[in-house]
Every structure is written in structure tokens, then in C-alpha cells.
Design a protein around this ligand. Structure first.
Ligand code: SR1
Ligand code: MG
Length: 418
């Protein structure tokens, strides 16, 4: 077994030239291979390798956080969790993730399907003002299928517990989320940064906001202690690739067993952040239609999620929770529906909290997103960010008093117009 060594554009063909899975996809003759490093995420190396008969992606973990450097070591085993999460997601929501060709645990690398142009990262498409017609449906289905089918509503209890134990070792990536998402934004943590100094006053207020901080800690508790299902764990708009007709989820290296509401909340937060950032991208024309589209996407995503989750509840509930023998088998269909309402209500209430906190950490913490950071005009950026922060605070603190996505979207529209 060779010791781990990071790949480079120069060494990739020599190192992987004998890899049968890769040669089978792109052609054996390495003299035709063209290699580009395209990783723009916070953690890993990502290469596109094109050969005479095709192309593939080679993703390799580094033993540290790429965004920060080797002063922040991070285990290579995240690649193992990403690989295993992708295989489960493909089984539970077929066609929703890139095909895997090869996994090398020692070198922490995954060789997978290249999602060629016109695939782009969803975040980029939204910044560019593109209205993708299928994302709400595709992502709503993906979340309902993976979250339901990875839980005790569906899996054999023994299998789920074994899987839970496997993913329980993804400690360091959970630790990143626990600190970067739920704690750091709410005090003067070392790695925090907000790029608009105009926000100093508001940031001070948020960090002194007891109700908000208590809510963030409650949500952290739910995140850490509620091992409900296998999560993607980092389902933001930078983890999704799209064309006008296709949607694929990528990058599940943060996968672990946690609360269903986390994936849904993080995802919706990214649509709301896109909504609040649109005014910063209006150089080439107004974005009124884009704003309306984005609110529509949040509503449709939640509606599709609910509908599919309810469908799976009624047709595939085979796990040890809300057993059919307690309800349907005794002619008690209403009991089963009551249980479904309780579960969906719990997801709804918690997702609002997770969404509010995700908005905050992308503006106040270490890991920002381009929706706001790509706005050059400082005043405009600060104004977009301030509105998003206010929105995030409202939905996190008042999550038990908000009953519908329309209420949330009405609030978002009001704040955006302030
Ligand atoms: C140090 S890692 C920062 C962020 O990048 C990843 O995409 C996750 O969102 C993580 O929180
Ligand atoms: Mg990622």
C-alpha cells in the first residue's frame, strides 16, 4: 500500500495511468490525457481528466483544509464517507448523484462521472440570474427519498444502526459544522470575518442577542444528538450541479446521521440567500422576476418534499417507527396520518431554525458564499447582507410561531423591500 501523496496536474497521468476504471472511461493512452485542476471548494483537489474517448473527475482529499492551509489538519477519511454516502444516495434516489467509477481509500480519491458543460454549479447559475425549471422538483425528491429511506421509518433497524456506527467516525467534519455553523458566528471567534464593515453594528447586536444564541445552541443540540437519518450534511447551492433539465447532488463528505431538517434547512437557506443577494447582481437588468422565481422555488421544494415524503410514508414505511401493525393493519389510517403530520411538523419547525443559522454563518463566519461576496459595491453588499441577517434571525427565533412557507416568503419580500 503506497503512502498518501497529493496528485498534481503534472503527476496525475503517471500515477493513474494504470488505473483500469479510469482508462476504461477515457482511453488507455495517457499521451492523450489532458488534466486540469478545477477545485474551487474549501477542502479538496478536483481534477478533470480528458482522454481520447471520454472524461472523468478525480477528486482527492488533502490532509488539511484547503481554504486555510496545513495549519488546519483534516483527516483523509472524509473521502471514505463521501464515497459511502454517494453509494447510498444513488441507491435511495437513483440518478441524483454522479456515477462512481473507482474509490481508493489510501489515496483518498474518488474517480467519478464528469458532469460536462452545460452543467454548472447551481450557485453560479442563480448569481447569473438563470431560472432553472426543475431544481425544486429534483432537489425536493432527492431530499425526501434519501432522508426517508435512510431512517428508522424505512431501514431494517440492525442495518441502520450498523450504518450509523460507520458514519459516526466522521467526527472532524461534524466538528467543523458544530463550530462554524452553530457557535462561531455568535461570538468573536478567531476565523470569523464579515466583508462589509458597515455591518459592525448589526453584528454586535446579533452577538449580544440572547434569544438568538440560545436558539442556535438548541439547534446545535438537535444537530449533534438527533441521529435520525443519513444526511448529505452540506447541501448548499455549491453542492449541486445543474443544466436546464438535470440536477445532480455532489460533495457529501459531511455525511453523517443527523436530523432530517438539517439538509432541508440548509438548502432552503441558500435559496433565500440567493434571493437577498439578487439586488447586488442587477448590473445587467432588474431581477424582479428572478426574486419571484426564487421564492417560488423555496415553496415548490418544500411542497415536493412534503408530497414525496408523505407518499413514501404511506407506501414504504417498513422500519420500526410508526409501524403499520399499530395503525393501518388495525384499520387506523387516521393514526398513520397523524404520525406523518407530527413528523412533518417537526421537520418544518427545525428546518426554519437551521436555515436562519445557515444564513448567519455564511455572512458572519469563516465560510462565505459567492452570492454575497461577489457583490463588489460595498454598500450594496452590506445592504443585501443586513437584510439576510435580519431574516435569518427572525426565522430562527420565531420558528415555532411560523406555520407556512408563504408566511416566510412574505416576510422575506417585506424585508427585501425595506
Ligand atoms: C473549513 S470548511 C468550511 C465549509 O466548507 C464546506 O463546504 C462546509 O460548508 C464547511 O462548513
Ligand atoms: Mg463541499
Amino acid at each position: 500500500k503506497l503512502p498518501f501523496e497529493a496528485l498534481s496536474v503534472e503527476t496525475l497521468a503517471t500515477r493513474l495511468g494504470t488505473n483500469e476504471a479510469l482508462s476504461a472511461r477515457i482511453g488507455k493512452d495517457t499521451t492523450h490525457w489532458k488534466v486540469r485542476e478545477v477545485g474551487d471548494g474549501n477542502l479538496n483537489l478536483v481534477f478533470i481528466v480528458e482522454g481520447a474517448s471520454g472524461a472523468a473527475v478525480v477528486k482527492q482529499a488533502l490532509p488539511y483544509v484547503r481554504l486555510v492551509g496545513d495549519s488546519w489538519p483534516l483527516p483523509l477519511k472524509r473521502s471514505f464517507f463521501e464515497y459511502h454516502a454517494l453509494t447510498r444516495q444513488e441507491a435511495r434516489a437513483p440518478g441524483s448523484v454522479p456515477a462512481i467509477y473507482h474509490f481508493d481509500e489510501g489515496q483518498a480519491l474518488i474517480i467519478m462521472e464528469y458532469l460536462a458543460p452545460p452543467h454548472v454549479i447551481l450557485r453560479r447559475a442563480l448569481i447569473d440570474g438563470r431560472q432553472l425549471p426543475n431544481i425544486a422538483r429534483d432537489i425536493g425528491l432527492f431530499m425526501a427519498r434519501t432522508l426517508f429511506r435512510g431512517s428508522d421509518l424505512s431501514m431494517v433497524a440492525r442495518d441502520r444502526k450498523a450504518d450509523l456506527a460507520l458514519f459516526a467516525d466522521n467526527v472532524e467534519l461534524c466538528d467543523i459544522t458544530e463550530n462554524l455553523v452553530f457557535s462561531d458566528p455568535y461570538f468573536d471567534a478567531k476565523m470569523n470575518r464579515h466583508t462589509s464593515p458597515q455591518l459592525d453594528g448589526l453584528v454586535g447586536q446579533l452577538r449580544a442577542d440572547r434569544d438568538l444564541k440560545v436558539e442556535a445552541q438548541r439547534l446545535k443540540h438537535i444537530f449533534a444528538a438527533n441521529a435520525e437519518t443519513l444526511l448529505h450534511g452540506d447541501l448548499h447551492s455549491g453542492s449541486i450541479m445543474v443544466t436546464d433539465s438535470e440536477t445532480r447532488m455532489i460533495d457529501p463528505e459531511f455525511a453523517f446521521y443527523g436530523p432530517m431538517a438539517f439538509d432541508v434547512g440548509m438548502l432552503l437557506a441558500n435559496f433565500w440567500m440567493s434571493f437577498f443577494s439578487q439586488r447586488g447582481h442587477e448590473q445587467n437588468g432588474k431581477r424582479d422576476a428572478m426574486r419571484a422565481y426564487l421564492l417560488g422555488v423555496t415553496a415548490e421544494t418544500w411542497a415536493v418534499f412534503r408530497a414525496e415524503f408523505s407518499h413514501l410514508w404511506r407506501s414504504e414505511r417498513t422500519g420500526m417507527l410508526y409501524q403499520k401493525s399499530l395503525f393501518e393493519d388495525q384499520g387506523d389510517r387516521l393514526g398513520a396520518e397523524q404520525g406523518l403530520d407530527h413528523v412533518l411538523h417537526g421537520i418544518w419547525t427545525d428546518l426554519l431554525g437551521f436555515a436562519g443559522i445557515e444564513v448567519h454563518r455564511r455572512i458572519l463566519g469563516l465560510a462565505h458564499n459567492a452570492d454575497f461576496d461577489a457583490i463588489d459595491d460595498e454598500d450594496l453588499r452590506a445592504s443585501c447582507e443586513a437584510k439576510a441577517l435580519k431574516f435569518g434571525r427572525h426565522i430562527a427565533v420565531n420558528r415555532r410561531q411560523i406555520h407556512s412557507i408563504d408566511e416566510v416568503n412574505t416576510l422575506a419580500a417585506l424585508i427585501e423591500r425595506e
